[in-house]
Design a protein. Structure first.
Length: 330
């Protein structure tokens, strides 16, 4: 039997060395059958510093140089939203497997182009929606699928934090896809899509900063039998950042912050039971999606059976639909 340490390590590259790239790299170091092989920034100095910090072998001053390295097995794309498509296409063209940050691209048409390229080149491609792979979230999905507490009657989910308005921060910069909906509204939408599927109708409204970036967004997704999902995002206001599934015989509540490693409360028969998933406090939680991706690569798979192309298409379609309602154009 081959043990994990005997397997040839999967050589990872990272494109765009900002906040999330640091967390991803830190978690990658804890995975035995993978290594951070190369990193790419728009600055050589930044790439060198990052490579030194996480022990990467190669540090590139352009994203193209990384894509041209024939030794790379997989690339994690951690650039602002507007670059996801072109960065992914560049790597797929070279036959490199791609794990691309959320939102997968700026719109459904672009996601279709990425999927078509992955199929043409016969290369693995997956959206990095890490929450889908976290044990507490998988537990909740399982309980809902098994209808342990009956059918879902209503969902409430939100994601909100406060950060000073600053157009140097990509979050407030329209040119790179800034705003609450695409950045964090995607998580409450994900909570609804992953449990109830596509809604029949959507209502939504939003508030905007002067530069046209959405500051907050309120959405209601309507399903059959008067089931509703009330979803909110804000970069102006701190929200509980929970996902609550009200079911016929009880309530399942993913506690703050539901999209990260967290606890789950089961409220039934007048009692609350809190389930602790005993996450390792030394990791952020990105290793779960990475372990899944590594296994897909080893198995020669070209598409995830969890974060499927179809799921990514639905997720971006919902973002497109909400954008149309609130008149948010990029
Ligand atoms: N899964 C999650 O939990 C999670 C969390 C946060 C963010 N994200 C996603 O990850 C992506 C990156 O987010 P982040 O928070 O890491 O952003 P960030 O800190 O601003 O980093 C983005 C990096 O992209 C590169 N970049 C290339 N062109 C750029 C431009 N015109 N403006 C700014 N940066 C540019 C920069 O790296 P170089 O200077 O090295 O080229 C920058 O450091 C976003 O799409 C976001 O939705 C996911």
């Amino acid at each position: 039997m081959t043990t994990q340490s005997q397997l040839k390590k999967i050589k990872w590259g990272i494109i765009g060395l900002g906040g999330i790239a640091n967390k991803f790299a830190s978690d990658l170091l804890t995975i035995e059958d993978a290594e951070l092989y190369a990193v790419a920034s728009r600055s050589q100095e930044k790439a060198d510093d990052f490579a030194k910090k996480y022990g990467a072998t190669k540090a590139y001053a352009t994203y193209e140089d990384l894509a041209n390295d024939p030794n790379i097995d997989a690339v994690y794309i951690a650039t602002p939203h507007v670059l996801h498509k072109e960065n992914a296409l560049m790597c797929l063209e070279k036959g490199i497997a791609v794990l691309g940050e959320k939102p997968f691209a700026m719109n459904a048409a672009d996601v279709d182009i990425m999927i078509a390229k992955a199929k043409e080149k016969n290369v693995l491609l997956m959206e990095a929606l890490w929450t889908y792979f976290l044990p507490h979230y998988r537990y909740v999905l399982n309980e809902l699928e098994n209808k342990t507490y009956g059918n879902i009657l209503k969902i409430e989910s939100d994601f909100g934090f406060q950060r000073p308005f600053d157009t140097n921060d990509r979050l407030f910069n329209k040119a790179v896809g800034g705003g609450s909906l695409l950045d964090i509204g995607i998580y409450p939408i994900f909570a609804s899509l992953s449990t109830l599927g596509m809604p029949i109708t959507i209502t939504a409204d939003a508030t905007f900063f002067e530069n046209g970036v959405d500051a907050s967004c309120n959405m209601v997704f309507n399903y059959n039998d008067n089931v509703e999902a009330h979803l909110k995002s804000s970069i102006l206001e701190v929200f509980p950042t929970e996902a609550i599934f009200y079911c016929e015989k009880g309530t399942i509540k993913i506690n703050r912050e539901f999209h990260c490693p967290s606890t789950v409360s089961i409220i039934a028969n007048g009692q609350e039971k809190v389930i602790d998933f005993e996450y390792d406090s030394n990791i952020f939680g990105y290793k779960y999606e990475t372990i899944h991706f590594n296994q897909l690569l080893r198995d020669g798979k070209k598409e995830s059976d969890i974060m499927t192309f179809n799921f990514s298409r639905k997720l971006i379609k919902l973002l497109d639909d909400v954008r149309e309602i609130i008149n948010l154009k990029y």
